[in-house]
Design a binder for this molecule. Sequence first.
Ligand SMILES: Cc1ncc(COP(=O)(O)O)c(C=O)c1O
Length: 404
Amino acid sequence: MSKKTDVFKAKISEYLSLDNVFLFWKGRVALYAILKAIGIKEGDEVILPAFTCVVAVNPIIYLGAKPIYIDIEPDTFNIDPQKIENKITKRTKAIIAQNTFGLPANIDLILEIAKRNNIFVIEDCAHGFGGTYKGKKNGTVADAAFYSTQWNKPFSTGLGGIAVTTNSDMAEKLRKLEKKAIQPSFKETFLLKGLLNIREKLLSSNTYWVALKTYRFLSEKNLIIGSSQGYELEKPVMPPDFLKGFSDVQAEEGIKYFEKVNNEYKIDKLISHRKKIASLYKKIIIDLGFEPPFEPDYTDHTYLRFPLLVKDRNKFFRLAQDNKIELGDWFLSPIHPITSNFEFWYYRYGENPISEYASKHIVNLPTHSKINEDFIDKVYEFLKKNKDEIIGCYLTENLIREET
Ligand SMILES: Cc1ncc(COP(=O)(O)O)c(C=O)c1O
């Protein structure tokens, strides 16, 4: 590790009040390292929500284990703890609890189930850095957790993954894996630096749709270092250079978020901004006669994305594009963005009605640092005009029954 990566690590460690922090090229690599440190191997099973990104499923399969999908709660979009226990078998080794859109899962209930069954809990905090569960920072109460610092995550180093653990045995193993990781090449870090510069200078809500399409097209064709390369979406086969480390370019970018301005970390300012934008969206939603997103009392929702369910997703996306409204598509499938060959990921379509309903109807409004009150006004006009297209901000069992 270089000096810059050590400085970044120390900042994360201080912020989370955790000693064991390890850095990797991407969040998915951090998850892979955690699974390997736990000892996940051929024939094991790992439980996770059926409403996630496929790159968070791949590492399980890379290790020869099988993902076991659990349906989500209709109101939080997180794994339903009530549905976990009867999927546990002798082969189950871990449960992954994801912080969907910045809202943590009910981790105490999950920890209880895990303890009873002697299995590990990993928090997927890709969306949840900086948020809290019962006053404790996301990722600090489970056996291990990982964060993503990819482009559209709570704070971004372009690409990046952080693994943390409260277990000293696991820490030792993670330290070895971090050391063993291949260093990113000069070309990779050079391209990443270039993309970071372009994003800083050019990306705004107005250029969003063009930029997103270009970036996704180039990464699917493996022409730039995208967050998901084409091969990861074709079949879960581990590339030889998957276990890759964190670079100075990423560390330099990450350190900026832990500088203090008026005694407040920049990352905390950014989280406050997201919450403020979410509170403005909530006002709009209420004004239009809907209920805002459900916020369980155990949590501090940091609103990486603001969820909205619509009747016809494709139509709504077309309308948004025509009106230059930036809109996210998490998650357009239970294993986003996969829409065919589900069996490669052991997913059986039809088994998780809530996740499947959500993934057909969900869109998300952005809360990032470039979202300002002008954009909110545009969103207000847009949603008012297309009110008949909206279902609401969370699901109910009734809604799902009606459709099925
Ligand atoms: C829920 C979830 N988990 C894990 C990841 C993986 O993070 P990364 O892109 O840093 O590998 C992502 C995003 O890509 C995600 O949305």
